[in-house]
Design a protein around this ligand. Structure first.
Ligand code: BG6
Length: 506
């Protein structure tokens, strides 16, 4: 939430410039920032990789894919302007010579420009390269941090494979750059409604006084996907839903929902409060993991003429893999505000819909005369993250025309993004704009990442110990049956579009 200005001149170096992430999200997001005229005035992009032979190959490839990625924004003229600032170096991250070439190239560009440049090194690579690249940058002197906050090092998720590797990589990275230079990406923090959570909570009188165990019955944080693992079998089979979605995106949403009011809206204060929440996550041991966690894995299904592959049939996945593609977790945050309020997290691939929502369900301590079989429904606050953005508040009102019938009604706020901002990399655009301004509140702090790892690591180890295997669910379904039981056993239901307004959950 810092209001610094972007520098006038920036050199943006992408390690893994030919990879999927760069081509599908990162470069399109930079292109859109260029169209919106919010890139630094002098901007140069150097992509580093081994996949393309030379700059021409790289540019040709982008020229083919960008119009498809950004059909509403791409124009030949904008592209001509943007591509003139792109360079490509074919290099091996393991070899020192490559870093020397990079250093020379950066110096040449800087000398040819009017202004001294600020540098960004973006690691869009597998985490195993993080220490290698850190060493390369250090040996070639590219870690020179004489200007406070620069150069900036951006790191993609997943940050490591488990707690140990995350700590190891972090030690190596913080050897060469201080925390204030490091920007750890969690692209959910760039989503408009997630950025809106703190504003909603702290800029409205009517939420904060009731945002606690006295008024809230339970909170559900749900992010489901229709797609499978696409072509990411190699990565996903090692990661699974717990690492791919829960450790990062779902726990970040939870931290924003559950944190205490920060002393002010500075990055440091916000981060401090988020870290406290992640620090209060329970340890799910072998004795209680089964009653609080459900794992699932999608199986194949025929849809008309088409066959949707099951997870074990996907490319680069072991045919007997027990990696989870679905996870549902119940957890309690043991602090004064939330004692006794269950938080339910749910995520999965190949489910019925693509949907990310947060449901805050309030208690139903209505007037005694309204209790009973026809008791009004619980109030519900729904934060809609995607595909549509907005907020709905379900409350009770007298049904028009009836004497005493009470029915739930909705108050809706829908946020429509301007047409030209609607294409996919919107979250990355926000994050990159924040990166240039130096707004670290949009990025995760090491301590928070470490606490999330501790939670997920202990959960995974406990699940392994008791042999908690994923339950199969059919592709396109609502997930494993056991997930329903996880919540129904407590007389609650998972909220989704279908059951809102039709069931009385408590
Ligand atoms: C990524 C995960 O971080 O988030 C993917 O690695 C997942 O597996 C994606 O599909 C979901 O992001 P979004 O923005 O489409 O909800």
């Amino acid at each position: 939430m810092k209001k610094n200005k972007a520098p006038n001149s920036t050199q943006f170096v992408i390690f893994g410039g030919s990879g999927d992430l760069s081509r599908a999200k990162l470069i399109p997001a930079l292109f859109k920032l260029s169209v919106r005229d919010i890139l630094p005035r002098q901007f140069s992009l150097i992509a580093l990789d081994r996949q393309h032979e030379n700059r021409k190959d790289f540019i040709d490839d982008l020229e083919n894919s960008l119009p498809e990625t950004l059909p509403e924004v791409f124009t030949r003229e904008e592209w001509k302007n943007f591509k003139s600032n792109i360079d490509y170096l074919k290099l091996d991250f393991n070899q020192e010579a490559g870093y020397r070439r990079l250093q020379e190239r950066l110096n040449e560009i800087e000398t040819a420009s009017e202004l001294p440049s600020k540098r960004v090194f973006y690691l869009a690579t597998s985490p195993k390269f993080f220490p290698v690249i850190a060493t390369g940058l250090q040996k070639s002197g590219l870690n020179n941090t004489t200007q406070p906050g620069w150069p900036r090092l951006v790191i993609e998720k997943p940050f490591g494979h488990d707690l140990n590797t995350a700590c190891e990589y972090n030690d190596r990275i913080t050897d060469i750059y201080p925390e204030e230079n490091i920007y750890r990406i969690d692209h959910y923090l760039g989503k408009a409604m997630i950025q809106n959570i703190l504003t909603m909570r702290f800029a409205n009188m009517f939420f904060e006084p009731i945002w606690n165990k006295n008024y809230i019955d339970n909170i559900q944080i749900i992010s489901t996907e229709r797609m499978g693992i696409k072509n990411r079998g190699k990565y996903y089979d090692r990661a699974g839903a717990l690492l791919d979605m829960v450790q990062s995106h779902l726990l970040q949403m939870l931290a924003l929902i559950a944190m205490e009011p920060p002393a002010d809206m500075s990055t440091a204060s916000i981060r401090q409060e988020k870290i406290k929440v992640l620090c209060s996550l329970p340890e799910l041991g072998p004795e209680n993991v089964e009653e609080n966690v459900v794992l699932g894995q999608y199986s194949g299904r025929k849809e008309g003429q088409e066959y949707i592959k099951g997870y074990q049939e996907e490319d680069n996945v072991r045919p007997d893999s027990s990696t989870e593609t679905f996870a549902a977790i119940k957890l309690n945050i043991d602090n004064l505000r939330w004692q006794g309020v269950p938080f339910y997290l749910k995520t999965g691939k190949r489910l019925q819909t693509k949907n990310t929502k947060i449901f805050v369900q309030f208690k139903t301590d209505f007037h005694p005369s309204l209790r009973g079989a026809d008791s009004p429904e619980a109030n519900l606050l729904i934060i809609k993250v995607q595909p549509r953005e907005g907020v709905s508040l379900q409350f009770n009102a007298k049904e028009p025309g009836s004497q005493d019938k009470i029915a739930p009604v909705f108050m809706d706020f829908c946020q429509e993004a301007p047409r030209e901002l609607k294409e996919t990399p919107a979250a990355y655009e926000e994050l990159l704009a924040g990166l240039f301004r130096g707004d670290q509140s949009l990025f995760t702090h090491w301590q928070g990442v470490k606490n999330s790892w501790q939670f997920i690591d202990s959960l995974r180890k406990s699940a392994e110990k008791i042999d908690l295997t994923p339950e199969k669910y059919e592709a396109g379904s609502r997930g494993p049956e056991a997930a329903k039981n996880l919540i129904q056993s407590e007389s609650r239901i998972w909220w989704d579009r279908k059951n809102i307004n039709r069931h009385s959950p408590v």
